[in-house]
Design a protein around this ligand. Structure first.
Ligand code: ADP
Ligand code: MG
Length: 323
């Protein structure tokens, strides 16, 4: 229905960066080993995501853009209540509802691919076409039919920066995927996809940062920690270079920040904060990722266990490095 489409679009597609996030997640889900993201004018000119994943069968292409029927949402008056449900299976529908989309896709092993053009959620005919394996989704004229949203768009530079952040997180959480980001025709990030976290850090965060790192690896109880932390005097005056992933998902966590920084208490810091790329892995039952709709926050069932695992891993690594 029209109402449901509007809700879904507003929830999923807040800004260009949220379009990129959904398309990139689809590429990862498709098992891609290469993901290329191209953005012009902060995504308001063009967003194009190309992957070499499993592709979509031509006969399933129109279905991919359909919203799942939701029996709970029948009236406009229900609009106020859905803030916490979390919409899944709706990204392509929502994106295509508020833009012009071209999709070109070819499943593994298929001789020909298919393409489809949609405007404001309305699709044309699926056409046969030659294409490499994988999927390319191009999004243009974002919010062209929702003037209110268009009016409140942030500056292009803010959107481009947000997409750059997303791409860094993608690269650092999937070192096995070659990630490329092209902004306004210029390559801004390109990781080799060789499976090594160190390669991804070097390519995504830069040589200077990569050079200042100590590798960390440890475990406490059910919590495994691995990644890199900066040498004490290589830190910065802000926490901007602290990146945490919990079970592969980018997370902002005061608890993890505190555990990291406590690990430096015997170090000379001179007003600096440590930087890190830290992966924390724990059983899915020990972490609740749904405490925040944007899902960059988590709730740990046993906070002390997580704190101690990170803290001791960092302390051990810094001690070893100091010897
Ligand atoms: P969800 O990812 O939650 O299932 P989406 O609207 O994002 O919902 O995508 C709908 C469906 O389209 C997916 O379930 C998947 O089958 C297919 N799809 C979308 N993007 C891709 C892609 N890049 N590669 C392969 N299949 C895709
Ligand atoms: Mg999706």
């Amino acid at each position: 229905s029209h109402v449901a489409d509007l809700i879904a679009a507003g929830e999923v597609v807040e800004r260009p960066a949220s379009v990129v996030k959904e398309l990139v997640e689809n590429a990862v889900d498709a098992g891609a080993s290469s993901v290329v993201v191209e953005v012009r004018r902060g995504g308001m000119g063009l967003i194009r995501v190309t992957d070499n994943g499993c592709g979509i069968a031509p006969e399933e292409l129109p279905t991919a853009f359909l919203r799942h029927a939701t029996s709970k949402l029948r009236q406009e008056s229900d609009l106020g209540r859905i803030g916490t449900l979390g919409f899944r299976g709706e990204a392509l529908a929502a994106i295509s509802a508020v833009s012009r989309v071209d999709i070109c896709t070819c499943p593994a092993g298929a001789l020909t691919g298919a393409r489809l053009h949609l405007e404001g959620g309305v699709g044309g005919e699926v056409e046969e076409t030659g294409a490499p394996q994988g999927t390319t989704v191009s999004v243009q004229d974002l919010f062209y039919n929702t003037p209110a949203r268009l009016k409140f768009m942030k500056k292009d530079t803010a959107e481009t920066a947000a997409v750059m952040g997303l791409m860094q997180h993608l690269a650092l959480s999937h070192p096995e995927i070659s990630c490329k980001f092209i902004k306004d025709g210029v390559e801004a990030l390109h990781t080799p996809g060789d499976g090594k976290l160190s390669s991804a850090v070097y390519a995504a965060l830069g040589r200077d940062f990569a050079r200042s790192l100590v590798e960390v690896s440890g475990r406490g109880g059910e919590v495994a920690v691995h990644g890199f932390v900066t040498r004490p005097l290589a830190g910065r005056g802000s926490r901007s270079m602290q990146t945490f992933f919990v079970n592969g998902r980018f997370i902002k966590s005061p608890l993890l920040t505190a555990a990291l920084e406590e690990g430096y208490r015997n170090q000379i810091m001179k007003g600096r904060f440590p930087g890190c790329v830290l992966h924390v892995e724990l059983p899915v039952t020990a972490v609740d990722v749904n405490v925040h709709p944007a899902k960059t926050q988590v709730k740990f069932a046993r906070e002390k266990e997580v704190f101690d695992a990170v803290f001791h891993t960092v302390v051990d690594a810094l001690e070893q490095d100091g010897k």
